[in-house]
Design a protein around this ligand. Structure first.
Ligand code: BGC
Length: 719
């Protein structure tokens, strides 16, 4: 049998129209709102065709259209609440680790793996693509986001989405926009002026959408400048669908729709998780709004067109997902191990403590269940691979999400990577036991952990007192203490001066244990760079104390919304993270972009030029150390007048053998050089002198040049 959309030569828009023309009103409305496809209460019904996941919209067999099966998220194909017993998945390293790798190709490969697993499990929409800027260092979901910088976030998220969609699986980008904290997330009103918004959070999404062309965009739970993101006409109609000419569909976050007419008019196409809302707004209320003439019937067709167009553009209809296709999980585990290795950041390495020589005879590994696995973040993105350790976590939308340790034991990997006769393990619960076991060991490897989860912000930036005391006391008696951090964001390290080495491994996923051991013993030369600033204390932040509205709940509480409260991001404006630190002339604990290597790199001969509207910088990078390794070339720009603080304008990861040199040329992103002029609604590169410098991190400039840049303005086509 053949369907009209199979006619040769049709593009995605024409294919969408051919299906749309044959759809009934009931079929259309069945796609515009739907419940969570996981039973939240005993006996609760989920859509008939649902595999069991975040959402499922019905198939239309007579038109050759499969059901729309949607699953979370960026870090693997999740099965919230164990909804599909026995269906396990590969856990990817946290998005922060992907950000730390500074590698668009890796981001794409990682997306391909995720898309492939989704496809083989029967999903054709992956709710991946976290592209929020990390504005709030205590944010509970920071591990699902890439960085504090718009260029890095946009490029990495975009390539990741491209990888997912190469597997005929639509990806979203989310949570559009300014959804920076979990505390009161459903009632938080993020305030930021338009120019700053365009230059920071929106720029990250703009780049991600340009590069990745995601089929869907998900607005956040929060409000932006007084309007819910899901019914925010400025965000959805003006910027996304107007300025950026975005052709895909906009689906709300789960339980984040607040109206029918207003939301539809503002640009929302689908109400997701409708059973978590006051009512199924996009069902009867929307039908009635059309009947009353409040919403033109053609609106409904445009919504459906957008969904179909994205599904066709990704090939999700032409190549329907094949549930039950076998997957080679051991191969995937190796791939995510490689990814984790690229994201690990070496923060300290006094007297070249690392890499550890393999011939040490006695080691001890302490803490963080390192005998069993590596930590993962919690919430809708949580993946639960076979054999993982599950401890008590949080209640999330009425579902228990456990604190998960992926079964990749660092202890086992350390034993495999060393020749030591004895590698002990102690839990770290008893400091005395840890101190006793450390005696006589040549090196002490302490694992410190900080668990973060959706729906729950970190309460401050400190590790818990017990872990800090444990490390402090070990460092007081042992000369070689190596700390391996597994955190969901920045933390403070009060014992930093007393320990020998520190690695940040983030949440490293299914191959995490082996990846960590690889760096400890030098099989891998660490090449990760911090995608976020590590503040010395909360006092340095634009918001030293998080807004903690006493009237709201910090848990998802979609039913307990509380009163709306404002968070004023105009304090830092577009100067998020390292830009804020530069503006305030504050020294962080570790700057954005920081990371050590087991080799050394030198830079020479920086040349800058502007030809027509492109600013390019070229330089020569040399590996002048004794080992092969990768360096992340970072180029920053700042008007010589100091009008705005430095911004990352280009980056490139380069792998070099010892003694090898490479001439590298980088194009600076024009929107990073420019400023947004709200009155004229365009980007403006102000003519004048700019300092353009290479730096090993945002606070350590290396080669520097000055370039006079011509004025330039550019905007968007009028919708
Ligand atoms: C999260 C989304 C997720 C959705 C579906 C929400 O709570 O904010 O990121 O995709 O749940 O599980």
């Amino acid at each position: 049998m053949s369907y009209p959309w199979q006619k040769l030569g049709l593009n995605a828009d024409q294919q969408a129209d051919s299906v749309l023309a044959a759809m009934t009103d009931d079929e259309k409305f069945a796609w515009l709102s739907g419940p969570m496809a996981i039973p939240l209460h005993k006996g609760e019904k989920i859509p008939a065709e649902a595999i069991g996941s975040a959402a499922c919209y019905p198939s239309i067999p007579r038109l050759g259209i499969p059901a729309i099966q949607q699953s979370d998220a960026s870090l693997g194909v999740s099965a919230l609440g164990g909804v599909r017993p026995g269906d396990h998945a590969t856990a990817l390293p946290s998005s922060l680790a992907l950000g730390a790798a500074f590698d668009p190709d890796l981001a794409e490969t990682s997306g391909k793996l995720l898309g492939r697993e989704a496809f083989c499990k029967g999903f054709n929409v992956q709710l991946a693509g976290g592209a929020n800027l990390i504005r709030e260092p205590r944010g509970g979901r920071n591990f699902e986001y890439i960085s504090e910088d718009p260029l890095l976030t946009g490029i990495i998220a975009g390539h990741n989405v491209r990888g997912i969609q190469s597997q005929h699986v639509v990806s979203t980008v989310k949570h559009f926009a300014l959804n920076a904290q979990e505390t009161g997330r459903v009632v938080a009103d993020s305030r930021l002026n338009e120019a700053a918004l365009r230059e920071s959070d929106l720029l990250a999404f703009e780049l991600a959408i340009e590069i990745g062309q995601p089929g869907a965009v998900m607005p956040g739970y929060n409000l932006v400048n007084g309007e819910w993101a899901s019914e925010n006409a400025f965000l959805l109609s003006k910027v996304l669908k107007g300025d950026w000419q975005y052709p895909g569909w906009v689906m709300s976050d789960w339980g984040a729709t607040h109206s029918a007419t207003k939301a539809a008019r503002a640009g929302l196409d689908v109400q997701s998780g409708s059973n978590l809302d006051e009512c199924a707004w996009f069902d009867h209320p929307l039908r009635e709004a059309v009947a009353r003439g409040e919403i033109d019937g053609s609106y409904i067709d445009q919504m459906i067109h957008r969904i179909l167009r994205s599904l066709f553009a990704c090939g999700a209809i032409q190549h329907p997902a094949q549930r039950g296709t076998p997957l080679d999980y051991s191969w995937h585990q190796l791939m995510v191990q490689r990814e984790a290795e690229q994201g690990i950041v070496l923060l300290k390495n006094a007297q070249q403590t690392l890499p550890l020589p393999p011939e040490l005879s006695r080691l001890v590994v302490i803490g963080a269940h390192a005998d069993q696995g590596v930590l993962a973040g919690g919430g809708s993105s949580a993946v639960t691979p076979q054999g993982c350790l599950q401890l008590e976590g949080v209640d999330f939308m009425g579902i228990q999400t456990p604190k998960v340790y992926h079964p990749s034991s660092p202890l086992a990997a350390i034993r495999r990577n060393s020749l030591a006769k004895k590698v002990d393990f102690v839990s770290g619960d008893s400091i005395e036991e840890a101190l006793n076991t450390a005696q006589g060991c040549e090196a002490v490897i302490v694992f410190a952990q900080e668990w973060r989860s959706e729906a729950l912000d970190a309460q401050g930036l400190d590790l818990d007192d017990h872990q800090n005391l444990l490390i402090e006391q070990l460092a007081a008696v042992h000369p070689k203490v190596i700390v391996v951090l597994q955190t969901g964001g920045a933390v403070t390290l009060p014992w930093l001066n007393k320990v020998s080495a520190v690695l940040e491994a983030w949440y490293p996923g299914s191959g995490g244990g082996e990846a960590i051991a690889g760096v400890l013993f030098g099989r891998t030369n660490p090449a990760g760079r911090l995608p976020i600033t590590f503040p010395a204390s909360e006092q340095q932040l634009p918001h030293p104390k998080q807004v903690d509205p006493s009237t709201t709940t910090s848990l998802p509480g979609v039913k307990v919304k509380g009163d709306i409260f404002q968070i004023d991001y105009n304090v830092e404006g577009a100067d998020v993270g390292y830009r804020w630190f530069e503006r305030q002339q504050q020294k962080p604990l570790f700057p954005f972009g920081f990371g050590l290597s087991y080799t050394q790199f030198s830079y020479d001969d920086l040349q800058l030029c502007q030809s027509s509207d492109t600013v390019t910088a070229s330089l020569t990078l040399t590996n002048c150390g004794g080992r092969s390794g990768s360096e992340v070339i970072q180029l920053y720009i700042r008007p010589t007048s100091g009008r705005y603080p430095s911004r990352l304008a280009a980056f490139r990861k380069v792998f070099l053998a010892p003694g090898e040199s490479q001439r590298v040329s980088l194009r600076l992103e024009p929107r990073v050089i420019a400023q947004w002029e709200t009155t004229k609604q365009l980007w403006h590169i102000v003519a004048g002198e700019y300092d353009i410098f290479q730096a090993t991190d945002a606070a350590t400039p290396g080669l520097c040049g000055t370039l006079t840049i011509n004025a330039q303005t550019f905007g968007y086509r009028v919708a």
